[in-house]
Design a protein around this ligand. Structure first.
Ligand code: NAG
Ligand code: NAG
Ligand code: NAG
Ligand code: NAG
Ligand code: NAG
Ligand code: NAG
Ligand code: NAG
Ligand code: NAG
Ligand code: NAG
Ligand code: NAG
Ligand code: NAG
Ligand code: NAG
Length: 355
């Protein structure tokens, strides 16, 4: 049980707030918020009662305890994001509201502030009260010491189905210059925990630019500041995915940014498109990879807004290169051995001739 003593206007009254968290048989309050991906982002189950001392019309004080919060509503509760922390807001009874703001520090959530407001003009709850409204707010320095026993906003790993396939394009003066169709799944590893996030094309905005040697496709959404795919031309005749940069807001409110401009994925001849229906992984860094599904891209030489013939990724299954390389190396060794043998033989032979 955690109790807070809140004092509104100095000397006028006092609120004692007790919170019971954890194993209590009958909870009165339960909040389950989900994010846009339908994953639970904040879950809280708790019980609380308030003891309020208030001033009466006869300049005395009375104490009232409110433990039955009746039908509470949770309007204004938010999961929180990069800008706003998590917030639990509860409204109950006649004009009571209780708002807790959380802040997150590495892995510990703590209460940033608690505010409780009540209206003493409700004379069934506050008989004989001086007509005053109160808003009390807990002093910040005190509330931040609240330990992790506060109802922590929790993240649950979202179930990982295949991401939906989105169609993206970029236009320049001459019409469509870049085409991409793909299902994207981001895999971010932090503190040895991988979070897998599917990109929902319905809520993803895209833009980009095309130049003769490079092309950019940039995606963004409410939680992705940007996800850039930069394509380049090599040897004047092929294109490839050269660079990926991402900056996104994680559920815990932190910003995750990473990039790599030294990639070589999705390599195909200019004038064609690159296609891969099976799941493929673009490994941007140890902490960030993108799984692609039903991929088709053409970042250059798009004619009339349509894909050109595709080079399929089965062609870049470079497994067969390994046996060839090993075979070539073995052949090299064999030639060296034979050479050594013949040289040795010749020397040997030459040695005999000297006698
Ligand atoms: C919270 O809501 C989500 C979606 O409605 C549900 O899947 C989840 O089981 C709920 N969690 C709890 C603890 O009730
Ligand atoms: C307030 O809640 C605490 C914890 O459940 C309980 O011990 C206390 O008796 C309650 N006070 C009132 C007046 O109901
Ligand atoms: C509030 O809860 C009571 C039961 O506790 C119920 O009878 C009543 O209909 C509810 N009122 C509203 C507005 O939901
Ligand atoms: C709170 O939400 C309920 C439904 O969830 C709605 O009926 C009510 O009008 C909302 N109240 C406020 C103050 O927004
Ligand atoms: C943060 O909260 C403010 C006010 O509630 C709101 O206007 C703003 O859109 C929120 N920011 C985000 C990113 O949700
Ligand atoms: C809680 O956060 C919201 C938005 O961030 C802010 O408007 C509000 O004043 C905060 N409340 C308290 C009590 O700090
Ligand atoms: C509460 O206030 C109303 C008017 O605001 C009054 O009519 C009523 O008698 C009061 N009830 C009590 C119990 O004081
Ligand atoms: C449009 O196409 C012409 C020739 O096909 C080319 O010279 C020009 O650079 C293109 N403009 C843009 C903006 O790509
Ligand atoms: C996410 O990345 C981690 C670490 O690289 C890996 O172990 C895990 O299998 C990946 N998950 C998916 C769904 O790609
Ligand atoms: C995207 O929109 C399509 C059609 O409007 C709908 O069928 C699909 O379920 C939506 N996908 C998601 C992930 O919301
Ligand atoms: C993506 O960014 C553009 C501007 O860069 C902005 O107008 C748009 O609202 C953003 N889209 C989303 C879904 O955040
Ligand atoms: C780019 O990657 C190649 C191998 O993939 C590596 O040999 C090279 O050093 C890298 N260059 C930079 C600047 O990281």
């Amino acid at each position: 049980m955690v109790c807070f003593r809140l004092s509104p206007v100095p000397g006028s009254g006092l609120v004692l707030l007790c919170l019971v968290l954890g194993a209590v048989s009958s909870y009165t309050l339960e909040l389950n918020l989900t994010d846009s991906e339908k994953a639970t982002c904040l879950y809280a189950k708790w019980q609380m009662n308030f003891t309020i001392r208030y001033e009466t019309t006869s300049k005395n004080y009375k104490v009232v305890t409110i433990s039955d919060l009746g039908n509470a509503t949770y309007n204004g509760s938010i999961c929180g994001d990069y800008q706003n922390g998590s917030r639990i807001a509860v409204q109950f009874g006649s004009g009571f509201s209780w708002i807790v703001n959380f802040t997150k520090d590495v892995s510990t959530y703590s209460i940033h502030s608690i505010s409780f407001s009540y209206d003493t003009s409700d004379n069934s709850t506050f008989p004989d009260a001086e007509k005053k409204e109160f808003l009390c707010e807990k002093d910040k320095t005190l509330t931040t010491v609240v330990p992790t026993t506060v109802p922590s906003p929790t993240t649950t790993p979202t179930p990982k189905e295949k991401p939906e396939v989105g169609s993206y394009w970029v236009k320049n003066g001459n019409g469509t210059c870049l085409l991409a169709t793909m299902g994207l799944q981001l895999n971010i590893t932090q503190d040895k925990v991988a979070s897998v996030i599917n990109i929902n094309p319905n809520t993803t905005h895209f833009t980009g630019s095309c130049h003769s040697q490079t092309a950019l496709l940039r995606l963004n959404s409410s939680n992705i500041k940007y996800l850039d795919f930069v394509f380049a031309v090599k040897n004047e005749n092929r294109f490839y995915l050269k660079e990926v940069n991402i900056s996104m807001y994680l559920v815990n409110g932190s910003v995750f940014s990473i990039g790599n401009n030294n990639l070589t994925y999705w390599d195909a001849p200019l004038g064609s498109s690159y296609m891969c229906n099976r799941e493929q992984t673009v490994s941007v860094s140890g902490a960030f990879q993108i799984n692609t599904f039903d991929l088709r891209v053409q970042p250059f030489s798009v004619v009339e807004g349509k894909y050109s013939t595709a080079q399929d990724c089965s062609a870049d299954d470079d497994n067969f290169l390994v046996p060839i390389a090993v075979g070539a190396a073995l052949a090299g060794v064999l030639i060296l051995v034979l050479l050594a043998y013949f040289i040795g033989l010749k020397r040997h032979h030459a040695g005999y001739e000297q006698f």
